[in-house]
Design a protein. Structure first.
Length: 269
């Protein structure tokens, strides 16, 4: 994962830059050796935590979630922290939802008790694409089964959002199985979740984020400009699960055609 990011990042940097750049790619919390660096590009959550707390250089964190970026900013003493998160724009995900489940009128999503911003974005953007939104908040995993039973009885598609309180290793498969029992398609947020049984997902690969990180570095004259900035993925891909779509009576769609359709919508003013 890190290798693909590093390759795309290095290939995307403009030649002739005088900045000394060091990429911190760690699997553990060991201190990052960054003496003299103008910028630390930290790949993954472990590297981002180490870089943000272990030095005074500006940090560009990549391949982390929005929740991880928020936590880093709260805990880190280094305030010159920018991030490119893996979380897709909510409107992009809901455009995919509309394309792969064109007959759906109602869409639902579950959120952790503190994820109010994402819930608001879901409601707003569902309406933008012509879907009636219904959401619920979960305080603990014990509430998940009852909430799913209630929501899936009246909604025609479940949109999975990257909220660790809802979708984690303990719950991800049971959510898919419950949704399948109700014959409700699930829109995922990762390629792995599509392989597990979601009908489709929009996601960004490490080289997509590496390319975007290089473009961000190229446009900056001062790395202090990173401070408190978070950018959503610019480049993305679509994954589809034809087998599950067919089992649910949905038309199968070509992944690249779906991606092109969404890109066309995003280019419109």
């Amino acid at each position: 994962m890190q290798d693909a990011f590093v390759a795309a990042f290095g290939a995307g940097l403009k030649p002739g830059k005088s900045h000394r750049l060091r990429i911190a790619s760690l699997s553990g919390p060991d201190p990052v050796a960054v003496a003299g660096a103008d910028l630390v590009v930290a790949v993954g959550a472990a590297a981002a935590r180490a870089a943000a707390t272990g030095n005074d250089a500006p940090v560009l964190a990549a391949l982390i979630s929005q929740q991880e970026a928020t936590t880093l900013r709260t805990q880190a003493g280094n305030r010159r922290l920018g991030a490119i998160v893996l979380d897709q724009p909510m409107l992009r995900t809901l455009r995919l939802t509309r394309l792969v489940a064109p007959g759906a009128r109602r869409a639902t999503a579950l959120f952790g008790s503190e994820n109010t911003a994402a819930e608001s974005q879901f409601r707003l953007n569902a309406k933008r694409v012509g879907l009636i939104p219904e959401t619920t908040r979960i305080d603990d995993e014990g509430q998940l089964g009852a909430a799913l039973d209630r929501l899936l009885q009246s909604n025609q598609v479940l949109v999975a959002v990257p909220d660790g309180q809802i979708f984690n290793r303990n719950t991800a498969m049971s959510i898919l199985l419950t949704s399948y029992r109700y014959r409700t398609p699930v829109i995922g947020f990762s390629e792995a979740y599509v392989r597990a049984g979601a009908i489709a997902a929009v996601f960004s690969a490490p080289d997509d984020i590496g390319r975007q990180a290089a473009e961000w570095v190229n446009e900056m004259s001062d790395f202090a400009q990173l401070a408190d900035q978070t950018r959503e993925p610019r480049y993305f891909r679509i994954a589809v699960n034809d087998r599950v779509s067919q089992a649910l009576g949905l038309e199968t769609r070509d992944a690249e055609a779906l991606a092109q359709a969404i890109r066309s919508e995003e280019r419109r003013p």
